[in-house]
Design a protein around this ligand. Structure first.
Ligand code: NAD
Length: 250
């Protein structure tokens, strides 16, 4: 079935749009007619994305999404009109277990992965309600479903994303705002996934190898995220959708 024009006349925010899953989602949304407000901490990546989408209505907001001023800039760029929000920007934690975890890593990971989506959701809600409803999609992770695929900070942050998703879905569903999360398995992107703990490597990697978790391209995630953003998923609210090639079934 063609999904062409699925987002015609809709304004959608995409964070982390400069690379990987965020970029693939922004490109697909533009191809399906969306007006985009895209954000990333790396300004050059946004310029490159805009150049790659000639003819599309793309507004760029460069900045650290964990900074409240960036959230204000994103909200302002919507011009009072919003139908969807994809909270995709996120960072990893070096796979540090709690015994080796420094406060700076904890605070940075929670700030980008949890506080920023909360603030953006808070900023987006009045617009979505005003529009008669809308869809928010958060990007969780395999680390939101289990304790064996990342460090303590990343795992806690992605579990928190699930809580934010479910609570917001429950609270605002009656006003037409749907909130769902996609939980990707391994995806080939530019995310910094270096391991900073030998102890964690010894715990995690043999298990991952045994499960044989597949690596997806970002377009597979964009397909799931845009489905949840679209009216094709109108009856879905508060769901956590693994898009992991079956990893979570292991
Ligand atoms: P990526 O690094 O390729 O893209 C993420 C983008 O977000 C980058 O352009 C980066 O500049 C931007 N970003 C990072 N920190 C930011 C900040 N503070 N403010 C604004 N922008 C910021 O990574 P990706 O793999 O596409 O990651 C996207 C999301 O998917 C993240 O939430 C990540 O946790 C999640 N995820 C990724 C994988 C994977 O295997 N790649 C697996 C599960 C979940």
């Amino acid at each position: 079935m063609s999904t062409e024009g699925r987002f015609a006349g809709k304004t959608i925010i995409v964070t982390g749009a400069g690379s990987g899953i965020g970029r693939a989602t922004a490109v697909r949304l533009a191809e399906e007619g969306a007006r985009l407000v895209v954000s990333d901490v790396v300004a050059g990546r946004l310029d490159e994305l805009k150049a790659a989408l000639p003819g599309a209505d793309v507004r760029t907001v460069a900045g650290d999404v964990s900074n409240p001023r960036t959230v204000e800039g994103i909200a302002d760029a919507c011009g009072g009109e919003l139908h969807g929000l994809a909270n995709i920007a996120g960072i990893m934690d070096g796979f540090l277990p709690v015994g080796e975890l420094d406060d700076e890593t904890w605070e940075r990971v929670m700030g980008v992965n949890v506080t920023a989506p909360m603030r953006l959701t808070r900023a987006a809600l009045p617009f979505l309600i005003e529009a008669g409803g809308g869809s928010i999609v958060n990007v969780a992770s395999e680390a939101a479903l289990r304790g064996s695929s990342a460090g303590a900070a990343y795992t806690a942050s992605k579990h928190a994303v699930i809580g934010l998703t479910k609570n917001t879905a429950f609270m605002y569903g009656p006003q037409g705002v749907r909130v769902n999360a996609v939980a990707p398995g391994a995806v080939a992107t530019n995310i910094e996934a270096g391991i900073r703990s030998e102890f964690a490597a010894g715990r995690i990697f043999p298990l991952m190898k045994a499960i044989g978790s597949p690596v997806a391209d970002p377009q597979r995630l964009a397909a799931a995220i845009t489905w949840l953003l679209s009216d094709d998923s109108l009856n879905v609210n508060g769901a956590i959708l693994p898009s992991d090639g079956g990893w979570s079934a292991a």
